[in-house]
Ligand binder design. Structure first.
Ligand code: AMP
Ligand code: ZN
Length: 112
């Protein structure tokens, strides 16, 4: 499958990894939108959060555990944001489920 994040997970495409385990990989976003901008992806190809089912939803809990750990390790005690863009209106550009972990600055609400 021609999926850039599957290739990052397998190591075929290089990335700056900050964490990995048997279920997920976390790496720095190429175009950071905040001082800390990490992407956390499942190793399994899931197209987006719209494809979460009872069979695969446990990966989301796992990724949130990893996000909390990475936020602590990156000194985000003042707060942080986790975002998953879904589909065209959500602004999703890579069709492999990913969570943006953003921090190190104050975030606006609502998002644009
Ligand atoms: P989204 O627009 O929510 O689908 O997010 C995709 C994110 O992936 C964007 O923030 C891109 O900067 C980032 N991105 C795309 N290709 C790469 C790559 N090869 N390495 C790291 N980040 C990437
Ligand atoms: Zn993929």
């Amino acid at each position: 499958m021609d999926c850039v994040f599957c290739k990052i997970a397998s190591g075929e495409i290089p990335s700056t990894r900050v964490y990995e385990d048997e279920l997920c990989v976390a790496f720095k976003d190429l175009e950071p939108q905040a001082p800390v901008h990490i992407l956390i992806i499942p190793r399994e190809h899931i197209a987006s959060a719209a494809e979460i089912t009872p069979a695969n939803s446990s990966i989301v809990a796992h990724i949130f555990e990893v996000a909390a750990k990475l936020a602590k390790e990156n000194g985000l005690a003042k707060g942080w944001r986790i975002v998953s863009n879904v589909g065209e209106d959500g602004g999703q550009s890579v069709k492999h489920l990913h969570f943006h972990l953003l921090g190190g600055r104050s975030m606006a609400w609502p998002p644009g």
